[in-house]
Design a protein around this ligand. Sequence first.
Ligand SMILES: NC(=O)c1ccc[n+]([C@@H]2O[C@H](COP(=O)([O-])OP(=O)(O)OC[C@H]3O[C@@H](n4cnc5c(N)ncnc54)[C@H](OP(=O)(O)O)[C@@H]3O)[C@@H](O)[C@H]2O)c1
Length: 317
Amino acid sequence: MAARFAFQTVPERIFRQLVRRSTSGLEVLGRSQYVNSVSTEHSRKYRAVVCTELKKPLEVQTLSRPELKPEEGDRVIAVTEGKGMAEECIINQKLLWKVPKEVSYEEAAALPVSYGTGLLALQHRAATQPGEVVLVTAAAGGAGLAAVDIAANVLQAKVIAAAGSDEKCKIAVQKGASSSINYSSSNLKEELKKLTNSQGVDVVFDAVGGEIFKDSLSSLSWEGRIVVVGFAGGAIPSIPANLLLLKNISAMGVYWGRYRNEDFGLFSKSIFTAIQLCKEGKIRPHIGAVYKLHQVNEAFLHVAQRKSIGKVIVSMR
Ligand SMILES: NC(=O)c1ccc[n+]([C@@H]2O[C@H](COP(=O)([O-])OP(=O)(O)OC[C@H]3O[C@@H](n4cnc5c(N)ncnc54)[C@H](OP(=O)(O)O)[C@@H]3O)[C@@H](O)[C@H]2O)c1
């Protein structure tokens, strides 16, 4: 009884820390500390302290393992922080996502970083609306082509793809862009003016930086948003604040990997959503090249030489 009263007096905020919602109901976090397991792996059951109602005594219940967790034999994708280029590696199961049969291993490998970033940049950060004009720079790169796919085929935006060659422009248009600009052979700002009848673009997804970023920034429309994704060109640009003021522009960054620590729910959702959209055929990652493990240096060279299109995969098999 003493323990029961002790639990009853635990302040609400501590109860909230103990409990998380899952699709199968309320479940206790930090299971190893609070659960006295009564059964084996085979039965897929475990006992757990559960808070069913705040300020009421905790209950010990026998629960089934959450169905969404991968089981032995499932095809999975993991976020490995660079440790994944190996035939075997140990992963925290929190960082595993199930891959449905409709999605190939190569496609699955191409989804988390690129599509996760695209979703968080365009949907969560820039709040892109259907019909808005979205400019994607480096539009045939891993992140860029994913952004084109999401903007055009999920968010129903009108996409202008900007890339460094005619071949790259063509691939971005095949992926769903309405028009394209080859910024190696033409002036990005001038071409954007023509394509938008001097109205400018509503959203920019920029992974290049330098002059490309500056031209994109000054091509934004009234209340436009520019998302800083990366600096593939090597130069980190600075932003003249007067440009933000004059057209009520917002400049924002996105760093997908950091959501893992700051907002795991959103991070996980970005991966789950990407897998789901791929399963439903709404998006399709472009696999530009597949290298074997022993060809890993060639794979990196291909990317570093700016030759890659979409994602480059290093296959363990
Ligand atoms: N913030 C995030 O969470 C996040 C997530 C993913 C990636 N990123 C960053 O975004 C950038 C692009 O990533 P990615 O995966 O799309 O890379 P990627 O597949 O290698 O594509 C990079 C693209 O950048 C363009 N580029 C322009 N100047 C370049 C140069 N000097 N050297 C190499 N490429 C150049 C190239 O396209 P063109 O030839 O068409 O110009 C190239 O296709 C990287 O800086 C990466 O770190 C950030």
